[in-house]
Design a protein around this ligand. Structure first.
Ligand code: IMP
Length: 188
């Protein structure tokens, strides 16, 4: 099975559509932050790395790139607590921050991140999310959203299953969704 065209991944959002949407999101962000000194883009590792790279390159406003890593783990069938694995290396007090996240599923991770960063006294904190699944248990505010998707396990464009399929240029549905064992500690 080739990494580029795996037989168990069904294309959901094409490369062209993703690229078009990332450009649209960049135009929205530019309009909203026009005149601000700098926007701090906080990419959430690992899943956002390709989205962040494309978004950052399309923005014409001053921007700084930072990263955080978190991990959420499951308690039986329920999503468990979020753990901070790697913190920011910069002070965001009085700065404009946009969290760049790959996916919102239960919403727990993004809710945690928004609360965590808001507590540090930034000028503002918003979120830019590539894809969102329906009916999350938590409903954090997503200011910039790429796509609403069905409730299925998706891979590609940075998203993985057990570290597989991140380099795919499109987003696809994994035909054999992860079982309980694999989702104990989802890779990011
Ligand atoms: P949450 O349930 O919104 O907190 O999302 C938890 C994390 O699980 C996400 O940030 C992703 O890293 C991962 N995740 C959830 N659904 C998917 C998926 O369909 N594909 C890849 N990763 C996912």
């Amino acid at each position: 099975m080739s990494q580029e065209d795996p037989s168990n991944v069904r294309e959901l959002i094409s490369e062209a559509r993703i690229q078009e949407r990332v450009s649209e999101l960049a135009r929205q962000i530019e309009a909203d932050y026009e005149g601000t000194d700098e926007v701090v883009l906080v990419g959430i590792l690992k899943g956002s790395f390709i989205f962040l790279a494309d978004l950052a390159r399309r923005l014409s406003i001053p921007r700084r790139i930072e990263f955080m890593a978190v991990s959420s783990y499951r308690d039986g069938d329920r999503a468990g607590a979020v753990r901070l694995l790697m913190d920011l290396r910069t002070d965001i007090r009085q700065r404009h921050v946009i969290i760049v996240e790959d996916i919102v599923d239960s919403g727990r991770t993004l809710e945690y991140l928004l609360n965590n960063l808001k507590a540090r006294g930034p000028a503002s904190v918003e979120s830019c999310v590539l894809v969102r699944k329906p009916d999350g248990e938590h409903t954090p505010t997503v200011r910039y959203l790429g796509f609403e998707i069905p409730d299925a396990w998706v891979v590609g464009y940075g998203l993985d299953f057990a570290e597989q399929h991140r380099p795919l240029p499109y987003i696809g549905v994994l035909e054999q969704p992860p079982g309980d064992a694999a989702s104990d500690e989802p890779s990011r």
